[in-house]
Design a protein around this ligand. Structure first.
Ligand code: PEP
Length: 253
């Protein structure tokens, strides 16, 4: 089955509204100059730059995502942003359970599951991040960790909803470190995730779900990673901040 690749950029805590407009316009013109792309392009700036991003991306092939979302719709939840509010702005994607949310801000598997269930009640496309830490990989626990994270995230979700979920496999030891998983290491974990989805939701869902790789993806290594069977795109941090390098990664998809 052919799955449309996704190239998503996670800008983390970078770029104000003006910088966001400028980078998105530059990215759109670089993608056009390269003859366009069949991949879905997603840019995820900070919350305060989302409006500017949506406006700058209008008329281009770039879609906008948020980096986090609340599991609630409204109420006494200081600092939170609801999925309805993101949809209202024109946002189409949202990252859930990024390793920095898990390991810096203490998000648990249950919180990731609650956020995912909430998002799937609406129209946003969720990108759920999973991945092992260095001590897990070195201790031979990669499979166990990824299995637990994927199973917990998808708990209580219907087949119809599950097929809309995008999973990003991001080994924590490869994020922002310049150390990338080898294409074979990435493909092995992607296969494990797809098999897990097949066992829980059946073949149609498993064949449709897109699984992205993330962790120090750069223009120089993107092609090899993207050529793996079970890799359906990439989630890019550092190299997505600069329009020319992000456009070069998009070209590989
Ligand atoms: C990320 O933030 O999801 C990421 C993969 O970062 P980097 O590409 O910088 O490793």
């Amino acid at each position: 089955m052919s799955r449309r690749p996704i190239v998503a950029g996670n800008w983390k805590l970078h770029k104000n509204a003006g910088e966001t407009r400028e980078t998105i316009r530059e990215l759109a013109s670089n993608v056009d100059a390269a003859g366009g792309t069949s991949a879905e392009i997603v840019v995820c700036p900070p919350f305060t730059s989302l409006s500017a991003a949506v406006e700058a991306a209008r008329g281009s092939d770039i879609l906008i995502g948020a980096q986090n979302v609340s599991s609630e719709s409204s109420g006494a939840f200081t600092g939170e942003v609801a999925s309805e509010m993101l949809e209202d702005l024109g946002v189409s994607y949202v990252i859930i359970g990024h390793s920095e949310r898990r390991w810096v801000f203490g998000e648990t598997d249950d919180m990731v599951n609650a956020k995912l269930r909430k998002v799937l009640d609406g129209d946003l496309v969720p990108i759920v991040c999973v991945g092992e830490r260095l001590e897990d990989r070195e201790g031979g626990r990669t499979e166990e960790v990824v299995r637990t994270q994927v199973t917990s995230a998808l708990k209580g979700i219907s087949e119809d909803a599950a097929v809309r979920v995008v999973i990003a496999y991001e080994p924590v030891w490869a994020i922002g470190t310049g150390r990338t998983a080898t294409p074979e290491q990435a493909d092995e974990v992607h296969r494990l995730i797809r098999d897990l989805i097949r066992a829980n939701f059946g073949g149609c869902v498993a064949d449709g779900v897109r699984i992205l790789y993330g962790g120090s993806v750069k223009p120089g290594n993107a092609g090899e990673i993207l050529s793996q069977n079970d890799v359906d795109g990439v989630l890019v941090g550092g190299a997505s901040l600069e329009a020319v390098s992000f456009a070069r990664i998009i070209e590989k998809a």
